[in-house]
Design a protein around this ligand. Structure first.
Ligand SMILES: NC(=O)c1ccc[n+]([C@@H]2O[C@H](COP(=O)([O-])OP(=O)(O)OC[C@H]3O[C@@H](n4cnc5c(N)ncnc54)[C@H](O)[C@@H]3O)[C@@H](O)[C@H]2O)c1
Length: 324
């Protein structure tokens, strides 16, 4: 298959591009490097353009020249905290620009569109583990910016020949040490790389935001899914949409929850170093527990996450960061 991949310089996009290449697919990228640099991209043997997904003329030209089998759309801003400070930045980049890309894909008759959505669309879910049928009620602009795109995509697929696969990721984590890829956000906001940066001596401490949540140790619980398992799901999702001619929504998580304290303790065990932990107040917009039910992806796509151990996930990112 020939895939147009947006956000390939970023974390999940770069890992998925490599998995696509490993599986014999062809990849062309778009990235404007707004929140990334070329470090991960330079490890990938792919061609593409440094441009914005909103550059309609160029996007249309690309789509018409290459006749892609699928668009995999990862490009977005991803910080919940920033989205609370500056919602319009998120509605413009994540929502408006995605709609422009979707419009071009529909016009160019791309048969499959795979979209990176998020567990943040569920807000404060009542049922844990969260099934796809749970109510969508995002509690921050980031989640809302993504759920609006979901709605547009589902409507677009009803009224066109384009099938859409929406993946709601839980917390992507880990690294592809074989190819020297890993999580490289700047600024970093994710717990595992932040903890490891601290344990590498690059930060003075690691903060826990909120120790009075209704969870066994008082800290938030999240579901960490290895980035390579996410990447594999994209290939299965694309194949499913093209084979079954069906659109669908799937959660992608590993179904196990780990508290912030457990993550820090596991990082200490993996690295053999002691963390300096600061207990800070809760952050606005953080639900206490987010754990996925991924039964639907397993059942319908035949997806089997292979790298579920938290220790393995943290070790792969640690190995990657030590080599940086
Ligand atoms: N990282 C996670 O844990 C997580 C969880 C849930 C959902 N997601 C979603 O997965 C996707 C990828 O996340 P990530 O962690 O790899 O993010 P990332 O920040 O590492 O990568 C995003 C990439 O998109 C590019 N980009 C942003 N806006 C663009 C635009 N308008 N035009 C062209 N390129 C643009 C950036 O330069 C960057 O390279 C995002 O859509 C995010 O919302 C991520």
């Amino acid at each position: 298959m020939k895939v147009l991949l947006t956000g390939a310089a970023g974390y999940i996009g770069s890992h998925t591009a490599q998995r696509l290449l490993d599986s014999g697919h062809e990849v062309y990228f778009i990235d404007n490097l707004s929140t990334s640099d070329k470090r991960n991209l330079s490890k990938l043997n792919i061609s593409g353009d440094f441009m914005d997904i909103n550059d309609v003329e160029k996007v249309q030209e690309l789509l018409h020249t290459h006749r892609f089998d699928a668009v995999m759309h990862f490009a977005a801003f991803i910080s919940v905290g920033e989205s609370v400070q500056n919602p319009m930045k998120y509605f413009y980049n994540n929502t408006a620009k995605s709609i422009s890309l979707i419009q071009s894909a529909v016009e160019a008759k791309v048969p499959c569109f795979v979209f990176s959505s998020t567990a943040a669309v569920y807000g404060m879910p009542k049922e844990i583990p969260i099934p796809e049928e749970a109510k969508v009620q995002p509690m921050n602009p980031y989640g809302l910016s993504k759920s609006m795109v979901e709605q547009v995509l589902l409507e677009a697929s009803k009224y066109s020949d384009m099938e859409t696969i929406i993946f709601r990721y839980f917390n992507a984590a880990g690294a592809d040490t074989t190819h020297g890829l890993g999580e490289l956000h700047d600024p970093e906001t994710h717990l595992i790389p932040l903890t490891l940066q601290h344990l590498l001596g690059k930060r003075d401490s690691i903060s826990i935001f909120g120790t009075d949540y209704p969870t066994p140790d008082g800290t938030c619980i999240r579901d960490y899914i290895h980035v390579l398992d996410l990447a594999d799901a994209h290939i299965l999702g694309m194949e499913y949409a093209l084979r079954e001619k069906k659109s669908n929504i799937f959660n992608l998580g590993n179904g196990q929850g780990f508290s912030v304290r457990e993550v820090i303790q596991t990082a200490e065990k993996v690295t053999g170093k002691k963390a300096n932990v600061i207990e800070a107040p809760r952050r606005e917009g953080d639900p206490p527990i987010l754990v996925a039910s991924s039964e639907k992806a397993k059942r319908e796509l035949g997806w089997v996450p292979q790298r579920n151990s938290l220790e393995h996930i943290i070790k792969s990112q640690w190995d990657f960061m030590q080599k940086l």
